[in-house]
Write a protein that binds this ligand. Structure first.
Ligand code: KMH
Ligand code: ZN
Length: 277
């Protein structure tokens, strides 16, 4: 396991499922996304996990819209911020469209390592599709962030690593607390961490109310953390967030409390083996 005294914070600021009705601060346009990304980076985030919206605010995987977002964020926030595009899209998206965000010039891309019940729906990630996505991510010299919702996903990702379809060292995101996936518990966190390959880095994205208890647990085990309205819209009980940056601020506080410090984008690039800008 690769443990660093520096903690990488990812901010997931858009998501594929949220609407303005549900959360008024949801950024929709490329400029709004860039402004929210800047607030998060100023607060301590070094990776921005991106989804895209079309002109009507609906989720889209359109490559032109992703290119516009990547350009806007880089010019508004700075070129060293790590941009990670989603290949997960929204539940129910066609598989072909989910390759499009890879053509955006981003540094990283999510790679969901298996299908999972997602509330009342099914988030579909067949194995041949995962393999093709992984190969395309590698061909574009991007780093995948391997999204793990279940133990079987980790086992499949380890197979792909062994076959060198995913390049080492891997970066995992333990996504805990999705209704249908692994529950957000200390036991499950430790189970996943016990299966980490050498030099792997990892992070925890805990959903909803699970975020508060899981962050200190992840930090105590040397993990990184992901926060933002994609995963949780309540800052505390019944208090809706005004933006993802508020979760970043909370995460920074937790990191300082345990005597660690927050990775800058350049430090995060070094830890993840990304190009130094
Ligand atoms: N919207 C979810 C179905 C990812 O970004 O790769 C999946 C998701 C994961 O958001
Ligand atoms: Zn996402």
């Amino acid at each position: 396991m690769n443990t660093s005294p520096k903690v990488i914070i990812t901010a997931a600021i858009v998501g594929g499922e949220l609407t303005r009705d549900k959360i008024p601060c949801l950024p929709l346009t490329p400029q709004e996304i860039a402004e929210e990304a800047k607030r998060c980076v100023n607060a301590g985030a070094s990776i921005i996990h991106l989804h895209a919206r079309d002109d009507s605010g609906k989720p889209t995987n359109d490559k032109h819209r992703f290119q516009e977002i990547v350009r806007s964020v880089r010019s508004y926030v700075g070129v060293d911020v790590i941009l990670q595009v989603s290949t997960g899209g929204s539940v129910g998206d066609g598989l072909d469209s989910r390759f499009e965000p890879l053509e955006s010039g981003a540094d990283m891309a999510s790679l969901n390592a298996g299908s999972v019940n997602f509330g009342a729906e099914v988030f579909t990630n067949p194995r041949p599709f995962i393999q093709k996505l992984a190969a395309r991510i590698g061909a574009l010299d991007m780093k995948p962030e391997i999204e793990i919702y279940d133990l079987s996903h980790l086992e499949y990702a380890l197979d792909l690593l062994a076959e060198e379809i995913i390049a080492a060292p891997p970066q995992f995101q333990w996504v805990l607390g999705v209704p249908g996936g692994l529950k957000a518990s200390e036991e499950n966190l430790d189970l996943l961490c016990s299966r980490l390959p050498p030099l792997a880095t990892w992070s925890v994205a805990a959903i909803g109310r699970h975020q508060d208890p899981m962050i200190p647990l992840a930090l105590s085990r040397g993990g990184n953390i992901r926060v933002g309205i994609e995963d949780n819209i309540y800052l505390s009980k019944n208090v809706m967030a005004q933006g993802s940056f508020q979760f970043v601020e909370k995460a920074v506080e937790s990191i300082r409390q345990i005597g660690k410090s927050v990775a800058t984008p350049q430090e995060a690039r070094e830890i993840l083996g990304l190009q130094i800008i």
